[in-house]
Design a protein around this ligand. Structure first.
Ligand code: AMP
Ligand code: GLY
Length: 436
């Protein structure tokens, strides 16, 4: 039997990765979460371990979150001769510093919002005031998806610049800010595999970043997603790859960066054409939960090829089912600020899936814990569960996902009622209110 695949991380994204990889291999997740251990229908096992990644015996390592990538985990694993999906610290700077990312996008000629990078409040405020609005203020450093303010209020943007640069809002991550013009239009998340040279797109997804229905409230890591996206067809995906992803890979190579992993393009389809809002250096969460259940191709093969620098032409279009997937996040009370934890989650069986199953539904665990191996599942983090459903059409997938959600709601749970519904399908630009 060949060595397992090791997935690094503990969230819903890693649960979805583990399930997709376990269609063709045993999987070990570090540190994982209590909803993950399972034996799949094909007989492959998913197990979790507290051992650090570099002590796990695996044939392929897939690093989920950005933090370990920015910290150089992929470099350390490659130095030991392992195959790794995820860039080294050099490539991960794309996500670790929004200023660096914007610099590379400019160099590559990738369409993106007009911007300036500032360490000093007076310069940042002068630039802000020169823009027509809406206004966007981002921490340069990592802030778990919460460091971005998009606002129609210049006064709010000004106050945010001052709070971030003073270090009071986000500590060191905010001591440099990127100020941008606010764009409008529906968003799209495009995840592509990169083997250092070639890129292979996965099916597009649409994420819901704001906490509240109708794109209101603060930005979060993501409250739900669906795939495919009706207004992003294959031709548009090809166009996005050619205009936005390949030029970036060219610039990375020119800088000597051998980028093997996922490039996640966050795009806005503006009236002036698609523009890149950001590049992340990993799979999206919860986009992965909505994309991977639709994957017909072998994920172990695809990721091994990316890690080994040999994505082939056959991989150019991985197969996806026509049936859509919808993933709805259940978050703790207080998220994204101070999450309240400890509540028992009702409606789960001992394996962490729906006690009363709904066809096509899988529960992806993220912030859950258990008191001992057979205790009830409890809330342990901000985003707790992602309830994901496939269906023959978006309506069916959505109905199934929400039936699952309703069975699991605990006192204080937060979730959006409009994932893959109404305006979210075609997309509406979020510009009002909210904040970091
Ligand atoms: P980011 O982490 O840069 O993707 O930003 C998080 C979210 O903020 C995006 O998904 C958008 O919803 C919003 N956003 C970021 N940049 C802009 C922009 N220039 N104009 C409008 N909205 C933006
Ligand atoms: N869903 C947004 C992210 O993964 O950054």
């Amino acid at each position: 039997m060949s060595a397992p695949v090791c997935v690094v991380g503990a969230g819903g994204r890693e649960h979805a990765l583990a399930l997709a990889l376990a269609r063709s291999s045993d999987v070990v997740v570090t540190p994982g979460n209590p909803g993950m251990p399972a034996t799949t229908a094909e007989g492959h096992r998913i197990s979790v371990t507290a051992a650090p990644a570099d002590e796990v015996d695996a044939g392929l390592f897939v690093i989920g979150p950005e933090g370990p990538l920015v910290d150089g985990l992929a470099d350390r694993l490659r130095a030991k001769g392992h195959l790794v999906v995820g860039p080294g610290a050099d490539g991960a700077r794309l996500e670790g510093s929004k200023a660096f990312m914007k610099e590379l996008l400019s160099e590559a000629g990738v369409p993106t919002a007009r911007f300036g990078v500032f360490d000093r409040a007076d310069d940042a405020l002068a630039f802000l005031r020169s823009l027509p609005g809406p206004w966007v203020v981002k921490t340069d450093g990592l802030a778990a998806g919460k460091g971005v303010l998009v606002t129609d209020s210049l006064a709010q943007a000004e106050a945010d610049v001052v709070a971030k640069l003073s270090g009071s809002a986000f500590g060191p991550a905010g001591r440099r800010v990127v100020v941008e013009e606010g764009l409008t239009g529906p968003e799209c998340s495009l995840l592509v595999l990169c083997d250092g040279r070639r890129v292979v797109p996965l099916a597009p997804a649409r994420d819901a970043k704001r906490l509240g229905d109708g794109d209101t409230g603060p930005n979060t890591g993501g409250m739900g997603a669906f795939s495919p996206v009706p207004d992003v067809d294959d031709d548009l995906v090809d166009d996005l790859v050619v205009r936005s992803v390949e030029p970036l890979v060219g610039v990375l190579r020119a800088r000597g960066i051998d980028y093997r992993g996922i490039l996640y393009a966050g795009l806005m389809l503006t009236p002036d054409g698609p523009k890149v809002l950001e590049f992340n250096v990993r799979f999206g969460d919860p986009e992965t939960q909505a994309v991977l259940p639709r994957l017909g191709s072998d994920l172990v093969e695809l990721l091994t090829a990316a890690a080994a620098g040999r994505l082939s032409d056959e991989a150019a279009r991985p197969a996806f089912t026509a049936g859509p997937a919808v993933s709805v996040v259940l978050a703790a009370a207080g998220y994204p600020h101070q999450a309240t934890t400890g509540e028992v989650i009702p409606g789960l069986d001992p394996g962490g899936q729906l006690a009363d199953p709904v066809p096509g539904v899988v529960v992806h665990h993220a912030g859950t814990r258990r008191d001992g191996p057979s205790g009830p599942f409890r809330v342990a983090g901000g985003r707790v569960l992602a309830v994901t459903a496939v269906g023959t059409d978006l309506g069916e997938a959505r109905t199934r996902a929400y039936r699952g959600v309703e069975a699991l709601v605990w006192d204080g749970a937060q979730y959006r009622r409009d994932i893959a519904g109404g305006d979210r399908v075609v997309g509406v630009a979020p510009v009002e209110g909210g904040g970091a």
